[in-house]
Design a protein around this ligand. Sequence first.
Ligand SMILES: [Fe+2]
Length: 167
Amino acid sequence: MKKPLIDKDCVAKLEAALKYELGHFYLYKHLAICMQAYGYFGAAAYFEKESAEENGHAQKHIQFLNDMGVVAKLPSLAPEKEQPTSLYDAIELAYENEKDLLDYYKEAYKDSLDDAPVMVHLIDFVKFQTEAVSFYADILATMESEKDNKNVCMVIDHKLKKLAKNG
Ligand SMILES: [Fe+2]
């Protein structure tokens, strides 16, 4: 086995990031199941696609740890407890979780400034999070300003369906 190229603290931070990404993989699967049950098939398809993307993000951490000579430990995941009761709730849950992870990566990035490979690896994740937070914030803003429009959920569901198909 190779000698690790990063210290224990850094491994712990990347394994915590891996846990977050797998947690999001799980969260989006949960949201997809809930939205399918409520008849929002566009949102269900979008969240299912998001879940696969989160799995890809987790894999990037596993690959990077391997490149650094570390065998990643897989975390145990807790079942999702919070059941969204509407499309708005589901989008809000997605927003809150993505925002939490953006804050985590901002801190991790600051701590990595003296270690170029880790810093470069984390830049992508800061970008992914910034885009995700802004995407869900925009949907929430539309839903809030159109709250008196009874078609707004179907409009958002349709938009998500198109995004799930075309990316
Ligand atoms: Fe992610």
